[in-house]
Design a binder for this molecule. Structure first.
Ligand code: UD1
Length: 416
């Protein structure tokens, strides 16, 4: 089994380039099924979640060429509409095949999705959207079957601005009859990126990035060439690593505006941040102090940065409160941080964190972002930390130890 061996590190310094966004690449891969043509996707990160997604596409019949790093040419050539249980069980984003298969091939059968263990994560909002567009839906033996001879555009109000439901419904609506309006839609940058790709394929979409998206259905979509946006969560994780070591780093190839929800918080805590066109510099050389955060849909503070900030607040003077409003079970990292000496009390969806000193320990990555948080904690803790179950971290961070080492961190990937 692999683990990260982390030692207390000097202030991180230097510059690195951020990878493509996992959460934009996954729906983009699903969207290629909406056409018969070949789509070329670039800046796809080399991650296990991406391999699972492309394995599912291959299973369905697609031809995938990956001749250059980060570039995938996908020709759908679909032969099956039932997605494989074992692969889908590993990845919640596998539910994103439902919209494209339903719209283009009239039906889809998908196993109820898996993913990180951070809550029950139902897909009722996806299904309500498809039902409003005229789809028949049945759930049995762990599979969801959706079918419709032709989808009709509909007015859909989401009870919660779900990222996955917005993406799935938006993809399905591109090939529906007439106009679909999604209200209380998610506004994450990954939604805008998917809409940009779909527009290149000939879809008529406006309003992506706001809470109301309009899609005018069309008969067919065509090939496209699309470069995935940079990963804002990966960038935020490195910015937090800089803060935890009082470092000074520059991240290249980013969209600074996507990082504002947490760069604003880092400024409040004492960091100096300067934004360029495609880069951001973070100087945390001064004394940092605590703050409070509440996770919210974009442009609020992202739930995917909550665990990393929890680790950061454990190391700075003062008391901060984290309130998690997006997922109901996303405090799994807290027990592990407490094993490193963190002083954190939870009450329902809130955690009160009194900053202090961390000490190295053997800890377990319970999910992707929890694993990243514990690795960062290891950089700030005295002594040595071993982070196990790092396969969770490798689902979402490309070359994580290598990039941290390039900034001067003491981290090695070892085998037991
Ligand atoms: C996506 C991201 C994930 C991020 C999350 C919130 C991908 C591949 N993953 O996940 O990293 O943490 O957005 O920013 O893009 N919900 C329902 N019913 C539904 C759908 C969602 O109740 O049908 C609930 C979920 O249980 C959760 C909340 O809505 O509590 C947010 O989920 P959602 O926005 O759908 O997240 P994902 O798309 O799964």
């Amino acid at each position: 089994m692999s683990f990260y061996y982390v030692k207390k590190s000097d202030p991180l310094c230097g510059r690195i380039t951020v990878s493509g966004a996992k959460n934009a690449a996954l729906p983009a891969i699903a969207a290629t099924l909406l056409t018969d043509d070949t789509c070329t996707l670039s800046r796809i990160p080399n991650l296990s979640d991406i391999s699972v997604m492309t394995d599912i596409v291959s299973f369905l019949g697609a031809d995938i060429q990956n001749t250059k790093k980060g570039v995938f040419e996908i020709t759908p050539n679909i032969k099956r509409i039932t997605a494989p249980q074992e692969l889908c069980g590993r990845l919640r984003a596998s539910s994103l095949f439902m919209g494209p298969l339903l719209a283009k091939y009239k039906r889809a059968k998908i196993p109820l999705p898996g993913g990180c263990s951070i809550g029950s994560r139902p897909i009722d909002l996806h299904l309500k959207g498809f039902a409003a567009m005229g789809a028949d839906i049945t759930v049995s033996h762990g599979f969801v079957s959706v079918s419709a001879p032709r989808l009709s555009g509909a007015d859909i109000y989401l009870d919660f601005p779900s990222v996955g439901a917005t993406e799935n419904i938006m993809m399905a609506a591109t090939l529906a009859d007439g106009k679909t309006v999604i209200e209380n839609a998610a506004a994450e940058p990954e939604i805008s990126d998917l809409a940009a790709m779909l527009r290149k394929m000939g879809a008529k979409i406006s309003g992506a990035g706001s809470d109301k998206i309009l899609i005018e259905g069309t008969y067919s979509l065509h090939s496209c060439n699309h470069k995935i946006i940079p990963d804002r969560i990966e960038a935020g994780t490195f910015m937090t690593a800089a803060a935890m070591t009082n470092g000074k780093i520059t991240l290249c190839g980013v969209s600074p505006s996507h990082l504002r929800p947490f760069s604003a918080k880092l400024c409040e805590m004492g960091a100096e941040i300067s934004e360029g066109t495609n880069e951001i510099s973070v100087d945390c050389g001064r004394r940092m102090s605590s703050c409070s955060i509440k996770t919210l849909p974009y442009p609020g503070f992202p739930t995917d940065m909550q665990a990393q900030f929890c680790a950061l607040l454990s190391t700075v003077p003062g008391t901060g409160i984290i309130t998690e409003t997006v997922f109901e079970n996303r405090f799994l990292h807290i027990d592990e941080l407490c094993r490193m000496g963190a002083d954190i009390k939870t009450d329902g969806r809130s955690a009160v964190i009194r900053g202090g000193r961390l000490t190295g320990a053997n800890v377990k990555a319970t999910d992707l972002r929890a694993g990243a948080a514990l690795t960062l904690a290891g950089l700030a803790a005295s002594g040595e930390t071993e982070v196990s179950e790092i396969e969770h971290i490798e689902r979402g961070y490309e070359d994580f130890p290598e990039k941290l080492r390039a900034l001067g961190a003491n981290i090695e990937k070892n085998e037991t």
